[in-house]
Design a protein around this ligand. Sequence first.
Ligand SMILES: C[S@@+](CC[C@H](N)C(=O)[O-])C[C@H]1O[C@@H](n2cnc3c(N)ncnc32)[C@H](O)[C@@H]1O
Length: 247
Amino acid sequence: MPDEFRTADADEYRMDYRAPHKTLEPSQNEIAVVDRALHALKDAGILPHTHYDQTRFLAHRQAVRDLFEIPWTAITPRMQRLLYAVNAIVQPENMLAAGVFCGNTFISNAGAAVGPGACYQARESIGVEIRPDEAARAERNVRRIDPTGVARVVAADAVDVARQFPHPIQLLYLDADGGPEKGKGIYLDILEACLDRVPPGGLVLAHNSVNCAERLRRYLDFVRDKKNFRASLNIVFDPEGLEVSAR
Ligand SMILES: C[S@@+](CC[C@H](N)C(=O)[O-])C[C@H]1O[C@@H](n2cnc3c(N)ncnc32)[C@H](O)[C@@H]1O
């Protein structure tokens, strides 16, 4: 059995993909569920602690609401909070996000380092999107929050960017969908292209670990093999899920 954190309401906690900012539950529920997920990640030896700044997180959420153009997203409020918190806790010097579409997933990660939710100084946060039109929209969105350029979006194939990235990658976020043939199976290609630069303690986050579990079978088998990753925990608190793996 894979290691898993699961809430009883994971199947019912559903968002409207076209209403990304709609409140789905009282904020104290959301905070409590995400806290329990963070504690499970700490207990699994994946996170060093569970503390993040709630006020900065809310400033980040508000800036995305005010400034981002989001045609649709599958990032639930719980997932947005978890991604921000994991980045705020780990504080990756370099973060690479693959398959960022309009940039909402990317900024959920990078928002711990740039903009009004920033709680540390990163070296570089790169979002990669293969569709030039979507990459351009994501870059426009990110520029409205981060005038510094520490966070930026490039139009490219994430496999190539991962292969060529010259520095250690402390956090890799996977969300690319490689078309009808590969689908989310492309996660393993992206991971293998840069695994030698994910240092001990580095994290790999894989969105859709629940609703795309079949297409991700080879990827999930790989990260759950202790020969490859020290620990891996499937966070199941919404219908999409997030596999969090630590080197
Ligand atoms: C399903 S979307 C991710 C959306 C995200 N989960 C959200 O809720 O906002 C996947 C994105 O990956 C992009 N993509 C597919 N293959 C890619 C590749 N090889 N490199 C970079 N991006 C890729 C697609 O163009 C698409 O925009």
